[in-house]
Design a protein around this ligand. Structure first.
Ligand SMILES: [Fe+2]
Length: 195
């Protein structure tokens, strides 16, 4: 069992609103931590690289122009996010590399399954796309969020700033998809007749 280094925290849960990241360490990460950080960075690189193709493919399957446009716009943003990860690798003095991410591959596989279960030119198809892409976005938000926090903790401020920018874009995309779903694809999809 990991040794506890702190006593019981007073005050219970920390609210997400009041939570801040404190830079506690000015020293480099130890080798095991660095490997963990780099492996996660490579996984993000894998996800962004693959999404450029995946988002284009999913956009072609969208029924509404609204969803298609959002997916294609995000495909362009993804290209920029890939460039930011290149910057982070460079700042850290490492070669940009991918690391296969089975969880991401599983989410893409699930997206293809959902598409297979829905018919072309239906709003139900768009609901399936929104569900699939939001799951991918949430996974990316977790990845970018963890690495941004770690980078700040270890005083890698420039890397943290690049990661934060992409994290904010992923959150924006998630909100855009929720907006489209609520106005009114989810509801109207429910009115579709099955043939
Ligand atoms: Fe992304």
């Amino acid at each position: 069992m990991a040794k506890q280094t702190k006593g019981k925290q007073g005050g219970g849960k920390v609210s997400a609103k009041t939570q801040t990241t404190t830079v506690r360490k000015q020293t480099p990460m130890h080798s095991m931590m660095e490997k963990l950080f780099m492996d996660q960075l490579k996984s993000l690189y894998y996800m962004e690289k693959n999404q450029i193709r995946t988002l284009g493919r999913l956009a072609k399957k969208a029924t509404t122009d609204e969803l298609k446009d959002v997916l294609l716009e995000h495909q362009e943003i993804t290209q920029e996010q890939l460039g930011r990860l290149d910057q982070v690798f460079e700042i850290l003095g490492k070669r940009a590399q991918v690391r296969k991410c089975p969880a991401f591959d599983g989410l893409v596989e699930e997206a293809d399954e959902l598409l297979g279960d829905t018919e072309e030119d239906t709003l139900t198809r768009d609901v399936a796309l929104i569900v699939s892409v939001q799951k991918i976005k949430h996974y990316e938000i977790a990845g970018y969020g963890c690495l941004t926090t770690l980078a700040r903790t270890y005083a890698m401020q420039e890397a943290a700033d690049w990661l934060q920018e992409s994290l904010d874009e992923e959150k924006d995309m998630d909100q855009q998809l929720t907006y489209i779903a609520e106005n009114n694809i989810n509801y109207e999809a429910g009115l579709e007749e099955e043939e």
